[in-house]
Write a protein that binds this ligand. Sequence first.
Ligand SMILES: [Zn+2]
Length: 144
Amino acid sequence: MGKKKEADNRFKKFGTVSFTSISKVNDFIDSLEQGKVMGTACKDCGLSFFPPRADCHKCLKSNMEWFEVSGTGKLVTYSRLGFAPIGFDGDLPYCIALLDYGDYKVFGRLADNVPEEEIKIGMAMKTEVNELPNGQLNYVFTKA
Ligand SMILES: [Zn+2]
């Protein structure tokens, strides 16, 4: 019997509740720990992906490179949640939102410190790494 292979479970560190046990894009978590939110781009056709993907659905290859989600995106839409999935109920109320970065979009949460009266569709926002009270990591959208 050979040595038991160590499972790469870095994604356990992600989010209030991590739903990802096995992934080909675990380096995403290492980048979060370094304060960077990363997506992937296909080196063959140039398509950009967020959340990061290891495989391109257009050219069916796995020739990817990482890029940092930097600069600002435009707020496309948001929704304030009054009910949340199991495990997230302690976070209520919170807003989920979508930012448009041009070549790709980022789905996530608005930071708790963004007052609702200041939220405007089309406003510029940044994506930033956030540490949750339980030490888990995620990312949130803040005012640019
Ligand atoms: Zn491609």
